[in-house]
Design a protein around this ligand. Sequence first.
Ligand SMILES: *Cc1c(COP(=O)(O)O)cnc(C)c1O
Length: 377
Amino acid sequence: MLPAPHFSAFNPPRRILMGPGPSDVYPEVLAAQARPTVGHLDPLFVAMMDELKSLIQYAFQTKNEMTMAVSAPGSAGMETCFVNLVEPGEKVIVCRNGVFGERMRQNVERVGAIAVLVDNEWGTPVDPAAVEAALKANPDAKFLAFVHAETSTGALSDAKTLCALAKQYGCLSIVDAVTSLGGVKLKVDEWGIDAIYSGSQKCLSCVPGLSPVSFSPAAVEKLKNRKTPVQSWFLDQSLVMAYWTSAGGKRSYHHTAPVNALYALHESLRLLAAEGLENAWKRHQDMHLVLRAGLEKLGLKFVIAEASRLPQLNAIYIPEGVDDAAVRARLLKDYNLEIGAGLGALAGKAWRIGLMGFGARRENVALCLRALEEVLN
Ligand SMILES: *Cc1c(COP(=O)(O)O)cnc(C)c1O
């Protein structure tokens, strides 16, 4: 027998999360998650799942039937899109302007497909002209994949234009909306997005660990016509959807859904719908402007040019001579405030201040500005 370990219960402090995610969770969402667990096929639970599906459709602005939440974080939503739609040997144009575009490339190659890279400098949006050149040069490409809101730098790309280009050249679009959903304008049907995934823990202000996903009818067709089976059993949408749809009044077991986490997602999306998507987008923009004014007063400079700046992720250069890790440690210790470090090419050079979901409010902005001012002095 191993000796029994004795620990006290884990009681984290209440941090203010202003990094790249997870974001501050709505108190209502935390309360929802603590409600009694019911069976994953309980009639009351599956009725809640039907509501959840329409809430996800609202957030994405889509009527897509194949809309659900993957029982795993945003990265699994990414993988869901690639493993279901892309077959070995197919060509995918992958736009890379930060960490998550690079992760898309790795997904494409692990599927056994060919990634054609369109590289844009870190901190710039994806360049539609470069994408069009790649589409022209690769008439056999089947997909265009890009990140709408690149969290590693804070750059917003023009998803509408990029998806129109994909369509024009006969490609399906695969879009990463992990950080964009709920924070900036996003219209899946109007923009003709074919496969999209997001995450629960960014602008939805839900607990981490779920990934809303939606496939257009054209994407569903592609999945149906596969010559090879999806190599991931767990992420195979044709199997998962038997649990997410009550077509014919029957739902069947696929895996035990994370029941309480789905209560949380239902509550966060219900709050988003109650606020209204357009109001939520505006609130993110308004709070970004308040933060920007304060940061500029402190002499801090943005990494991203104004035209493509994400309101929900503000990357700012660390002033010269300032100890990156020491500042973040003091913010955490003295103010219970978490801001993000730089990632990849921006490691040690920038901080990333998130204004996501419930975190995009005036008191958070004020606290962050005051704390930065005190610590930097
Ligand atoms: C956070 C993030 C992901 C990954 O989501 P996880 O929930 O951490 O797996 C993917 N893409 C973007 C743009 C992100 O910001």
